[in-house]
Ligand binder design. Structure first.
Ligand code: AMP
Length: 582
């Protein structure tokens, strides 16, 4: 991807729309929506994808989650559908998992709010009844997992003959999950003259072959691979904390409590997030102020003044707002969100560690964003340690350390005569060490050391490539995740928690269909992940025999998996499913 324009002039959209988005050819109602969402400028993938998609071109895009690719395809899809002939459904977005179907469905709904287009997500594991009703009423855009889409096609409850646009999102994941044939079957039922966009984080030959067969003269978009110029990346200690989205604010507060930054610049992607996070930090006792493109010059000057003078310890900003500011070097840069492009990350963390001073960059990262994090590592040639969020015990220990340090400082100052008299009098009644301990307790309490802390759950395992029978599943070996060359820290975080290198309790599920019925391991992974709503990463060995198959799954999930598979069709057939005993 070309990157001449990473840092266009900071033109805040105080009155009117983001000029960046308007220049891409998006219509006013979509610009209004983006403004409401607080998007200040398009991400690189959006800048590259939106114009050709609006012009009706097919597109082959290499982009990871977190780059803004959903909006990159959803905005032009919505605009073209709204302007096109009204046959339903006009748009189909295929995604590998139930979670993604829900997430992309919600995003498309959000982006299309002003256009009044209807969106429906259909996925395995969801009752089919309500889907049938909604499909019957007619929807403009369907977001679906391939298995469920095919199921509806077979029932004739989904018709694709009027389809204008198909998007294959995370195509490599769909292939990994065994959806290749399903994809072909679905695409076969769509009109030849449709527009097609295919997004994939990686471009293995299998994807290239699908693209070759189903895309017409596609425009190809790829994140640039040129490394950052040597010396351009600042020398800053970089740490990322992995946490699930609902716990991001709590995790940030925990990390800030541990780091106790003197002055930190906290980056968010959108104006909305800047405002929400600032409010959240203030309620948790931080002096934080927001700065973004939606504020007047007077407001910004006041905020900057407070930050420079040390009155405000945390400045929460969007990239666009920070770009136009003369910000002094800060002790910490915090990425509350990963930026959409590695270059922006470098630009952000350049705000710390200036002029030989020590600096630290802290990033809060969701498990699904780890690929983007690795892109950043590759480009910056710097290692980013990924660790779990500090525990409550870690924080308590840190706070005690601080209380101890402040007592040592007071001791060093001297001038304690007045207090010595009190100690002497109290010690007359008991142990002088106990007296000192009580005083420390009081000081600790006064410093907030006894505050209640929320629980931040460890993150569950992430999807991993299914293993074949005979190989140990990843959560037994503690081995690396799919395709990942992970550092030690990452492995610890992203693997199944609580079972480091210990054999898990494994059950084997018998499925009464095998090679003779055209079953491949991927079909079983797809069925289990989508129908039983379990993470593909927990599936262990898979053994497909002629007439039956065996799948290793964690014992505690076996019952749910068996029930879910019993209700569903595998490759279009009902098959017996039960617990396997030798
Ligand atoms: P995605 O890569 O589609 O999963 O998007 C990642 C996140 O970036 C989502 O939370 C979006 O809301 C957000 N996002 C997408 N585009 C922009 C943009 N232009 N400015 C700010 N945030 C964005």
């Amino acid at each position: 991807m070309k990157h001449e324009s990473h840092h266009p002039p900071a033109v805040p959209s105080i009155h009117g729309f983001s000029p960046g988005f308007a220049a891409l050819g998006l219509e006013a109602s979509l610009l209004t929506t983006l403004d409401t969402l607080g998007y200040e400028e398009p991400t690189p993938i959006q800048r590259e994808s939106i114009p050709p998609l609006l012009a009706g071109r097919d597109l082959l895009g290499q982009a990871a989650t977190g780059t803004g690719k959903t909006a990159a395809f959803a905005l032009p899809l919505l605009q073209r559908i709204a302007q096109g002939v009204k046959h339903r459904p006009a748009g189909l977005i295929l995604v590998p998992t139930r979670e993604l179907a829900i997430q992309v469905g919600e995003a498309v709904q959000r982006y299309g709010k002003e256009l009044r287009l209807s969106v429906l997500a259909v996925y395995g594991g969801q009752a089919i009844g309500p889907q049938l009703h909604a499909l019957k009423r007619g929807v403009d855009v369907v977001v679906a997992t391939p298995g469920r889409a095919l199921d509806h096609l077979r029932r004739h409850t989904l018709q694709l003959k009027h389809l204008q646009i198909v998007v294959l999102d995370e195509a490599d994941e769909m292939l990994d999950m065994g959806f290749a044939e399903d994809l072909e079957a679905i695409l076969d039922q769509t009109p030849k003259e449709r527009q097609t966009a295919l997004f994939s984080a990686t471009m293995p030959p299998r994807i290239a072959s699908i693209a070759h067969r189903h895309l017409k003269n596609p425009i190809e978009i790829k994140i640039a691979k040129e490394p950052i110029k040597a010396g351009a990346a600042p020398r800053v200690q970089q740490t990322a904390y992995a946490v699930l989205r609902p716990h991001k604010v709590a995790a940030l507060v925990r990390v800030l409590d541990m780091a106790a930054p003197k002055s930190a610049l906290v980056f968010c992607r959108t104006r909305l997030e800047v405002d929400e996070l600032t409010a959240g930090l203030n309620t948790r006792g931080y002096r934080a102020e927001a700065i973004h493109g939606g504020m007047s010059q007077g407001q910004r000057d006041r905020v900057m003044q407070a930050f420079r003078s040390g009155q405000t310890e945390l400045l929460v900003a969007t990239d666009v707002a920070a770009r136009g500011l003369d910000i002094p070097s800060v002790s910490h840069v915090v990425n509350f969100d990963l930026p959409s492009a590695p270059e922006v990350y470098v630009h952000r963390i350049g705000r710390t560690g200036r002029a030989g001073r020590e600096g630290a960059a802290i990033t809060i990262v969701e498990p699904r964003e780890q690929r983007l994090l690795r892109n950043i590592e590759q480009l910056t040639k710097a290692h980013i340690v990924v660790t779990p969020v500090p525990t409550v015990a870690d924080l308590r220990a840190k706070r005690l350390e601080r209380t101890k340090a402040s007592i040592q400082a007071v001791l060093a100052e001297g001038d304690l005569d007045q207090f010595m008299a009190v100690v002497t009098s109290l010690a007359g009644q008991g142990d002088p060490v106990a007296v000192a301990a009580a005083a420390v307790k009081l000081a600790h309490r006064a410093q907030g050391g006894e505050r209640e802390e929320p629980d931040i759950p460890a993150i569950p395992s992430r999807p991993q490539e299914p293993t074949r029978m005979g190989r140990r599943p990843p959560w037994e070996t503690g081995g690396p995740a799919r395709g990942a060359k992970l550092g030690e820290g990452q492995r610890r975080v992203f693997d199944r928690p609580g079972r480091p290198g210990r054999p898990a309790n494994v059950a084997r599920v018998y499925i009464g269909a095998g090679r003779a019925a055209g079953i491949r391991p991927g079909d079983l992974v797809g069925a289990i992940a989508n129908e039983a709503r379990v993470n593909a990463g927990v599936i262990g060995g898979i053994d497909v025999q002629d007439r039956f198959s065996l799948v290793e799954v964690p014992e505690d999930l076996a019952r749910g998996i068996i029930e879910a598979l019993g209700r569903t069709r595998i490759k279009g057939q009902k098959v017996p499913v039960r617990l396997f005993r030798d």
